[in-house]
Ligand binder design. Structure first.
Ligand SMILES: Cc1cc2nc3c(=O)[nH]c(=O)nc-3n(C[C@H](O)[C@H](O)[C@H](O)COP(=O)(O)O)c2cc1C
Length: 160
């Protein structure tokens, strides 16, 4: 079955997931790898990767998901906040709402992704208290992600 890997990544986290998926799938069946492009629409299965932008995917991925027709879709994404599967499930549910009505979701995977230093500086400037502490703690926990375990879980999820 032919496949395409379509993704958006600002700082490389989601791109690492995209490359990892490419590495474990048969190279000869890959018809497209890159940012949203209609060339990918010819594939039987499309792996669509997104970074979390205010609780959902960015506009380009939204538009691409809406353009899907009968393809099988595997969603993968990264988010700055991790630690709770329920949080990932909520994001995935929002992203999934953009899928063309005949497209079929065959799998999904999310993990945490590190954030730029400027974000930590913003948290540092917050008023001292539990919220600031939680934000800083999450920022520091995110720094090592996606890690080897995240990628192993992604591979297991892709292989079904
Ligand atoms: C403008 C902006 C908005 C973001 N919004 C969220 C958000 O709502 N929830 C979240 O968990 N992470 C959020 N993040 C963090 C990114 O989704 C996260 O760092 C992601 O792994 C970046 O992926 P990339 O390296 O592929 O660009 C945001 C980051 C930016 C720059």
């Amino acid at each position: 079955m032919s496949y395409a890997i379509v993704y958006k990544s600002r700082t490389g986290n989601t791109e690492l997931l995209a490359r990892t998926i490419r590495d474990i799938l048969p190279q000869q069946e890959c018809i497209y790898f890159g940012t949203p492009d209609e060339k990918a629409l010819q594939a039987d299965v499309i792996y669509v990767g997104f970074w979390t932008d205010k609780g959902t995917c960015d506009e380009d991925i939204t538009g691409f998901l809406k353009s899907l027709t009968t393809q099988q879709v595997f969603l993968f994404g990264t988010a700055g906040f991790g630690g709770a599967e329920a949080y990932f499930a909520q994001i995935l549910a929002r992203v999934q709402e953009n899928l063309g009505k005949d497209a079929r979701l065959v799998g999904a995977y999310m993990c945490q992704g590190k954030m730029p230093a400027a974000v930590r500086a913003r948290y540092e400037a917050m008023e001292a208290g539990p919220r600031r502490n939680a934000m800083l703690q999450n920022f520091d926990a995110a720094q090592s992600h996606p890690d080897a375990q995240d990628l192993a879980r992604l591979c297991a999820s892709v292989k079904g």
